[in-house]
Design a protein around this ligand. Structure first.
Ligand SMILES: O=C(O)c1ccccc1N[C@@H]1O[C@H](COP(=O)(O)O)[C@@H](O)[C@H]1O
Length: 243
C-alpha cells in the first residue's frame, strides 16, 4: 500500500507514428489520434498529474520506434514517468533508463526472455515493473498479438525473482470505456503481495472510485487513457475523486 493509502493516477500518452493515440483492445489500425504527445503530456502535468504512463506503441508492435520523441517527452516532465513499449534488451533498457524515467514497464520480454528479466530485476529493483497484459488469464506479448503463457504461473515466477510491481491490463477492456475488470484486479492482488497498477476500461469517476476501493487489497494505481481524451471527466476531477 502506498504511504498516502490513496490511488495513484497515471494518465497515458501512447505514441504511434509520432502522434498521441488511443487504441481499442490494443489493435493496430484502431487508432484515434490526439495530436502532439509532448503537448498531451504537458497538459496532464499541468492538470496535476503526479505520474505519466508513456508508451512507445511502434516499439511494442515492432513497427519501428519513437525513441527520440519519447525521450524528449520524458525529459520534459517534472513528474514521475513510467516508460513502456519495446524494452526487450540491454540497449532498449539503457535508452529507456537514460531518459531519467522513474521506472520502466516490461511486457514481451517477461514472457519470452525470463532470464534477462530476472537479471534486470536483480540489477534495477523497483525501477522495473512487469506489464501483465491478459485476455482472460492468458498473457499476450508482441503488441498483444501472441499468447505468452498463463498469468498466474508467470506471476509466481516473477514474484520469486523479486519483481517489485505489476501493471495489469485487461486487453478486452482496454480503450473500450466499458469499466475496469475488478475481478481480475482482485484475483491478481490475492495472488501476489506486490503492488498492482490497474489498466484498461476506466470510463467514469465511479470506475476510479471502485478501483480506489481495492487499494487495501494491493492496487496502487490506475492508468487512465481513453476516458481523459474523450473528456468523460477531467484529470482534476479524477484526482479529486480518489483523494
Ligand atoms: O497500451 C496499449 O494500448 C498497447 C497496445 C498494444 C501493445 C502494447 C500496448 N501497451 C504497452 O506496451 C507494453 C508492452 O511492450 P513490450 O511488449 O514490452 O514491447 C505493455 O506493457 C503496455 O504498457
Amino acid at each position: 500500500m502506498n504511504a498516502a493509502n490513496k490511488l495513484e493516477l497515471l494518465p497515458a500518452v501512447d505514441v504511434r507514428d509520432g502522434q498521441a493515440v488511443r487504441l481499442v483492445h490494443g489493435e493496430s489500425g484502431s487508432e484515434t489520434s490526439y495530436g502532439d504527445p509532448l503537448q498531451a503530456a504537458l497538459a496532464w502535468q499541468a492538470a496535476g498529474a503526479e505520474w505519466l504512463h508513456l508508451v512507445d506503441l511502434d516499439a511494442a508492435f515492432g513497427t519501428g520506434d519513437n525513441r527520440a520523441q519519447i525521450a524528449q517527452v520524458a525529459r520534459s516532465m517534472d513528474i514521475k514517468v513510467e516508460l513502456s513499449g519495446g524494452i526487450r534488451d540491454d540497449d532498449s533498457l539503457a535508452a529507456a533508463l537514460a531518459t531519467g524515467c522513474t521506472r520502466v514497464n516490461i511486457g514481451t520480454a517477461a514472457l519470452e526472455d525470463p532470464e534477462w528479466v530476472a537479471k534486470i530485476i536483480a540489477e534495477h529493483g523497483d525501477k522495473i515493473a512487469v506489464g501483465l497484459d491478459v485476455r482472460g488469464t492468458t498473457l499476450r506479448g508482441r503488441g498483444w498479438t501472441r499468447d505468452g503463457g498463463d498469468l498466474y504461473e508467470t506471476l509466481a515466477r516473477l514474484d520469486s525473482e523479486g519483481c517489485a510491481r505489476y501493471v495489469v491490463t485487461d486487453i478486452n477492456k482496454d480503450g473500450t470505456l466499458q469499466g475496469p475488470n475488478l475481478e481480475l484486479l482482485k484475483n491478481v492482488c490475492a495472488a501476489t503481495d506486490r503492488p498492482v497498477v490497474a489498466s484498461g476500461g476506466v470510463s467514469s469517476l465511479d470506475d476510479l472510485r471502485a478501483i480506489a476501493a481495492l487499494v487495501p487489497e494491493g492496487v496502487e494505481g490506475s492508468i487512465v487513457g481513453k476516458a481523459l481524451y474523450a473528456k468523460a471527466f477531467t484529470l482534476e476531477e479524477a484526482l479529486a475523486a480518489v483523494s
